[in-house]
Design a protein around this ligand. Structure first.
Ligand code: 1CP
Length: 362
């Protein structure tokens, strides 16, 4: 136990957790724990999404993305679609990282084909003081826990289920910036102009995320991934001061399941990421496997990192590039892309990638 944990509330009593359901495809869990496996397990970030015709059909029923995420049956259906269609070795619960700001009291809209927009952003002490945090905020995310329980039941042990959250710096970036951004200059400015306030906000996000992920594990998540999508926006010293300590708190608070930290663009922090109490480090496609292995000293399982644009190529090229990637990692590896699969990627390209990993002979 660490001193940074928020109090846990009792898990909801309806639908008992089904963590006891056996997982029959152990490949991912074995690889996550550093075992040598017959081939690397494979899944894709953003596999539950527009690449699948089934997803696009389901989405028709929910013109509002948030209503979709908040309907546990529908979210569970989206979670399972890539398992049925692609045969990947893990499912990831269908949700979004932005449910955390909303649970803390900062509402957002998801604008079709554009992305999120927060009508009100965080600017000053009063804004931060008004936010809910910790167990209290995490209680409002029951719909995610229910989606996990339904997904676990319907997966019936076929593959493990990954729970996830945004990393505190990335969540702060949205809360301060109010949307995606080319520069994230408002969020980065805050770290220079109001560092104490930034730390207060990061701590509140961290406390909420820990309570949230704990509920996800109680609901049945077998592994957890933290998405630090805007890690690469920070200079190394700021990443060390404003991102890593909070990632550490989260990892330390959840010892019961394997954890992946995916810090996009943070090649400069690989040694620090390797020192976190997580099992897997996710890599984007700007990092060579050789560089990553050297910087992480062989201590971590590495996940990634094919350029998502590879999947627009012909099948032969996809197979060749995928095999080359697996060879370059040479074990202790989970095959994935270097970021989420792009929504207009041809399904055949995605299948060629998954097939190339599954047919790989070590
Ligand atoms: O399959 C899966 O991976 C599970 C579903 C999932 C995940 C893990 C979704 C559904 N979102 C996320 C995480 C997420 N959301 C991240 C971290 C991963 C990454 O870097 O891509 C981020 C940054 C978001 C924020 C977000 N949500 C954006 C990006 C906007 C920006 O700033 O550039 C967008 C467009 C969304 C909406 C969203 N979330 C998920 C989907 C499938 C969609 C698109 C809506 C749709 O296609 O129906």
């Amino acid at each position: 136990m660490t001193t940074n944990q928020s109090p846990v509330t009792n898990p909801p009593t309806t639908n008992p957790p089904i963590t006891s359901l056996p997982v029959t495809n152990y490949l991912f869990l074995r690889a996550a724990l550093g075992e040598t496996t017959e081939r690397p397990p494979v899944w894709l970030m953003r596999q539950a999404g527009r690449i699948l015709p089934q997803y696009r059909a389901l989405r028709q029923r929910f013109p509002d993305f948030k209503a979709f995420v908040k309907t546990p049956d529908a979210a569970a259906e989206a979670t399972l679609q890539p398992i049925d269609e692609l045969g990947v070795d893990a499912a990831i619960v269908f949700s979004d990282i932005l449910v955390i700001p909303e649970a803390m009291g900062l509402d957002y809209e998801m604008i079709e084909a554009k992305g999120p927009r927060f009508p009100k952003t965080i600017e000053n002490q009063q804004d931060v003081s008004m936010l809910r945090s910790g167990a209290e905020a995490a209680l409002s995310l029951e719909y995610v826990y229910e989606a996990i329980r339904i997904s676990k039941r319907e997966l019936a042990g076929r593959v493990p289920l990954i729970g996830f959250a945004g990393a505190p710096w990335t969540i702060l970036a949205y809360m301060v910036e109010g949307s995606g951004s080319k520069t994230f200059s408002k969020a980065r400015r805050l770290l220079y102009t109001q560092p104490v306030l930034a730390h207060e906000l990061l701590q509140k996000i961290t406390d909420t995320t820990i309570a949230y992920l704990r509920h996800q594990v109680l609901a049945g998540a077998d592994l957890l991934q933290l998405f630090d999508s805007w890690a690469g926006e920070l200079p190394p010293a700021h990443y060390r001061a404003f991102a890593l300590p909070y990632l550490r708190q989260i990892c330390e608070a959840l010892p019961e399941v394997p954890k992946t930290v995916f810090a996009k663009g943070a090649w400069f922090a690989l040694e620090d990421l390797a020192a976190l109490p997580c099992q897997i480090v996710g890599l984007d496609w700007n990092i060579s496997p050789e560089f990553a292995k050297q910087k992480t000293g062989g201590h971590k399982v590495l996940q990634g990192n094919l350029d998502p644009c590879t999947l627009y190529a012909d099948t032969k090229t996809i197979e060749k590039e995928t095999r080359a990637m697996i060879q370059a990692f040479g074990g202790k590896h989970i095959a994935n892309l270097g970021h989420g699969v792009y929504p207009d990627t041809p399904l055949d390209g995605v299948k060629a990638f998954v097939g190339a990993v599954k047919n790989y002979d070590v």
